[in-house]
Design a protein around this ligand. Sequence first.
Ligand code: NAP
Ligand code: MG
Length: 462
Amino acid sequence: MKAYDGMYIGGAWRPAAGQDVIEVVNPVDEQVIGTVPAGTAEDVDTAVRAARAALPEWAATPPAERAARLAALRDVLAARADEIAETVTAELGAPLKFSQAVHAAVPIAVAGSYAELAATYAFEEKTGNSVVHHEPVGVVAAITPWNYPLHQIVAKVAPALAAGCTIVVKPAEDTPLVARLFADAVHEAGIPAGVFNLVTGLGPVAGQALAEHPGVDLVSFTGSTAVGRRIAAIAAGQIKKVALELGGKSANVILPTADLAKAVNVGVANVMSNSGQTCSAWTRMLVHRDRYDEAVGLAATAAAKYGERIGPVVNAKQQARVRGYIEKGVAEGARLVAGGPEAPREKGYFVSPTVFADVTPDMTIAQEEIFGPVLSILRYDDEEDALRIANGTVYGLAGAVWAGDEAEAVAFARRMETGQVDINGGRFNPLAPFGGYKQSGVGRELGVHGLAEYLQTKSLQF
Ligand code: NAP
Ligand code: MG
């Protein structure tokens, strides 16, 4: 157990304004592994002022130099990859291999992608008798969740810095340690004082103060719909720009011509990965009625393999929430074929890898984001029925389509109301825009579209 001090503001670790701390708990054994300061509105104000003071110089720094700093940041993160993985494992509970392969590796790739984009993006373009300058939006407030704690920070900080913005980050209270490690990496990379600032603290206190601060030009938020709605309302009142990434209830559509075993196995792995705490997880599997029973059998077998391998969910509240959803699924008449609501271990916030069959589209477990290792398998009659079910939620973040023929899968994917679709198990691409249709959010992260979120245009006519 270690008491970490200070907030990273204006290029140094400074004492917090208040005395309160947040305990960081290891979800595997429920032990307190450290404390960090609980930031107040005063800390937020100091951080926003530092970001504002640093803005003119950073905005005027040539993109090639910003790119060089981001490349240095990428290198520091890569050099500290093991430490990043161990930290995420300690505070999120993710198995170490997964932390190495995803929680450490993805942010390194994303930081690298923005080092390249900053160097190559056309920050100036000609159209007719005009020159259009793409200028930084200004001071960014980033409020991030715990499920991919470093990725979600880097997916905001790297494009913001590439664009010439300065930023204040308020990380999730459950995962502040990797955020602190990131602040050290920013420092080591030689990013100028005030360009990046970190305030740890509670959402309703530090998070809200940050979103409300008049010195902030853009709020970029990832997390729950309930908080996202509040942030959007605050931003609307002040005519601030806002970007929201709010989760989903994505469909994994297995068309009749698909390789069923592959589609089911990859689909189950997708949901169980990170203990189901992935906003883009394919938590609804849609299978044609003729192959339904076979798919259910395959999924139950696949899920059973995760029993020992799966990590816990992040905290006791999430564990209770997920178990509540499983109970609700049973109560509404879905058929449990793997797992269940009982906690599989005495210690730690574990939830059994759970699969429901006979789920109908109107059930709560088919509509709401559970954020745990719970898969619902739904039956469809024909392609139109599958499409209606796939599009039949308020969300639209991601999805998957499997078919014998790629063109058939693409034709179906084109009709889905969602921001990302993996075709026959397509791989993650850190350059592809990520974000939601419908209530899954506003705006896009990653790649050139993610960079554009942090830019505004100025047209000069000649
Ligand atoms: P959350 O409360 O929305 O947390 C996201 C971030 O917002 C955290 O940094 C949080 O701080 C902060 N926050 C909370 N209240 C705030 C407020 N009033 N003003 C400004 N910032 C505020 O999400 P959660 O409670 O951790 O998780 C609840 C559910 O949200 C999950 O079960 C899941 O369904 C969904 N979720 C989605 C994603 C996603 O990737 N889209 C990620 C995480 C969770 P604290 O850490 O102090 O709460
Ligand atoms: Mg919360």
